[in-house]
Design a protein around this ligand. Structure first.
Ligand code: NAD
Ligand code: ZN
Ligand code: ZN
Length: 235
């Protein structure tokens, strides 16, 4: 069964009905909230009544519900809704990982502690760049050391599940962050975020290698702490 939510279901989690809509413009369609939504695009009329008005729960901004759904539909549909007036984000948490690339493939070797399966190798590439508004010093450069960084998972059911959730974490910009490296002391550099990775393949000299019988369960817990669960892996 598909656990993906329809746009109406996603949007509906974040508003409450306004009983007597005011003589105030909806800033999405520019029509008054006391009248119907001015949105004329396809596929919206079946979603809710055109005169239904919702108030977003945190910021209290009000819009036609059809306008909110249309706006969500026209965005990247990642389960999050952003208020167009004040930019409050409703839904999934995202991080400040800089732009880059995540790749993976299977290598025909076994990890210590996982003799019965092959290995998934993940490769992260992040180049140095300029910090954005979400970083410690916007407009200043940040460094990126030790890339590409390679990480390993056993190619079994649980390892594949971790991979799926790491792909979600990558899309939500939560694998890396920009900050001070506790290993090198360098500031304004790309660092691992709160989700541990195994960067050593055949040995365990750093403590970031195998065998580690608890690793997959631990990393699932760390992903959960970032709001990423099994349900996200199925989307
Ligand atoms: P950090 O040192 O601030 O640590 C953040 C988290 O990453 C911590 O939880 C820590 O336990 C974990 N971590 C630290 N070293 C790790 C490793 N080797 N493998 C997996 N997890 C690790 O974060 P950081 O500066 O991103 O971590 C150091 C990592 O950066 C290492 O993987 C190292 O290879 C890489 N690095 C390489 C160079 C280089 O010039 N080759 C320079 C700096 C950092
Ligand atoms: Zn509207
Ligand atoms: Zn708002």
């Amino acid at each position: 069964t598909c656990k993906c939510k329809t746009p109406e279901e996603v949007v509906k989690r974040y508003w409450q009905k306004v009983r007597n809509p005011p003589e105030e413009d909806c800033t999405i369609c520019m029509e008054t909230l006391s009248g119907p939504s001015g949105y004329k695009g396809p596929g919206i009329s079946g979603v809710s009544r055109a005169d239904l008005v919702g108030q977003l729960e945190q910021c209290s901004h009000r819009y036609h519900v059809q306008c909110l759904v249309a706006m969500y539909n026209n965005g990247n549909k990642d389960g999050r809704l952003q208020c167009p007036s004040c930019n409050t984000i409703y839904g999934a948490k995202t991080g400040n990982q800089p732009p880059g690339k995540m790749e993976y493939h299977i290598i025909p070797h076994s990890l210590p502690g996982h003799p019965d399966c092959k290995t998934i190798r993940i490769i992260y590439f992040i180049p140095p760049g300029i910090q954005g508004p979400e970083h410690p010093n916007p407009g200043k450069p940040f460094t990126a050391r030790g890339f590409p960084r390679q990480c390993y998972l056993p190619d079994n059911d649980k390892g594949c599940k971790v991979l799926r959730l790491l792909l979600v974490a990558w899309d939500r910009r939560m694998i890396f962050s920009v900050g001070t490296s506790s290993t090198t002391g360098e500031s304004e550099t790309v660092i691992w975020n709160e989700v541990h990775h195994k960067t050593e393949f055949g040995s365990n000299l750093t403590g970031h290698g195998y065998p580690d019988p608890d690793y997959l369960d631990n990393v699932l817990e760390e992903l959960k702490a970032q709001g990423i669960t099994e349900e996200d892996g199925q989307q």
